[in-house]
Design a protein around this ligand. Structure first.
Ligand code: KG4
Ligand code: ZN
Length: 341
């Protein structure tokens, strides 16, 4: 099955062609046009600018994705589009473009939950992957621990109660004057600092639950930086990045260990933009070795937002005949509970 897929939920316009079957999970092309430069000056994503930039980019990206894949629109079997959750104006661009293409070319269309897309990135790299498995989706907008029980049953067993993990990285990076978005810069800097230099509060909520809170940790780091600066003391950015990152990593591992105690999963997949974090990747691999769990981590190109992951998730929708009509809409919210692969 050849799938043309679209992702426009935030600040990346992405189009891909993936070839999917029982045995083949192949990315034929995957183009991501980042809007980072446009939002940099504001220190965060400006939704109106994001929507406009998606409109300007999406047609040409589609032409390029098809040509890189070496296929024509006629050869495409299914169109897949991320329609939830995300910035509503941004999502609507992808949804309307995909619907127009489907209508004009008489192609079936499937709708994909963006979070399910992040998880599905793993199917592209590990074609033998099958539920049941556990997944941790860590991105700029989401932090969820998900029990993928079967192809048609996903359950969120833990999540953030306030800020997303990536949001916390980005905020602290911004206060330290690092380049936007700060996650990658924090990652690099953390490798150069002392992780025991500053004590920050854990993001793992105490008690018998699998939830996180990144807001207190984020505020503690921001306050620490402001206090040091006000006292006229030089801040050691690398030490802050290292201590902050280590606190996040330890918080995540703590909840993964608890989840493993409760559910005893054998396969664990990392997903989302923050899955690119080298310190988190290392800790998750160690966690897997210690508990004898198969660890799946996508390459960096499939951690951040991309359309190949939307195509991969869309394949499972198409396979079970879950096609949409032209009444398909976009939604700002949407959990994975009740979703299927
Ligand atoms: O999945 P994604 O591209 O978009 C959302 O769905 O939100 O994730 C983007 C997030 C940003 O917060 C970015 O700073 C973070 O992923 N990120 C990282 C790293 N690379 C990207 N965070 C920590 N370490 C990294 N290496
Ligand atoms: Zn994402």
């Amino acid at each position: 099955m050849l799938i043309l897929s679209f992702e426009s939920s935030c600040d990346e316009t992405a189009v891909a062609v993936v070839e999917m079957s029982e045995d083949i999970k192949k990315i034929r092309s995957s183009i991501v046009a980042s809007q980072i430069e446009m939002h940099k000056v504001y220190g965060g994503v400006v939704p109106e600018i994001a929507s406009r930039a998606h409109i300007e980019a999406i047609s040409n990206l589609t032409i390029n994705a098809l040509s890189e894949a070496g296929v024509t629109l006629e050869e495409i079997d299914v169109i897949a589009v991320a329609n939830r959750p995300g910035l509503i104006g941004a999502l609507l661009v992808g949804v309307n473009f995909a619907k127009s293409l489907a209508y004009a070319n008489k192609k079936p269309i499937v709708a994909v939950n963006h979070i399910m897309g992040h998880i599905a990135a793993n199917y592209l790299i590990y074609p033998d992957l099958q539920p049941p498995f556990f997944a941790f989706v860590a991105s700029g907008g989401h932090t969820s621990l998900i029990n993928v029980k079967s192809y048609d049953k996903c359950e969120t067993v833990g999540k953030t109660r306030d800020d997303a993990i990536g949001e916390a990285f980005d905020k602290v990076a911004r206060v330290m004057g690092l380049t936007y978005p700060g996650g990658a810069a924090m990652d690099k800097l953390a490798g150069e600092g002392d992780k025991n230099a500053v004590k920050f509060p854990s993001a793992a909520i105490t008690g018998d639950n699998l939830d996180f809170s990144f807001s207190g940790l984020k505020t503690a780091a921001v306050n620490y930086i402001h206090n040091q600066t006000q006292k006229g003391e030089e801040i050691n950015k690398a030490d802050i990045a290292a201590s902050f990152t280590d606190t996040i990593v330890r918080s995540v591992i703590k909840k993964l260990e608890l989840a493993h105690e409760k559910y005893g999963f054998k396969v664990f997949a990392l997903a989302g933009g923050v899955a690119a974090n080298s310190h988190l990747r290392k800790a998750v691999i160690e966690f897997g070795e210690k508990k004898n769990i198969r660890i799946l981590i996508p390459p960096l190109s499939l951690c951040g937002d991309n359309a190949a992951m939307i195509g991969a998730a869309g394949y499972y929708q198409a396979k079970r005949g879950k096609f949409e009509t032209l009444a398909l809409n976009a939604y700002a919210t949407g959990s994975v509970d009740g979703e299927s692969f």
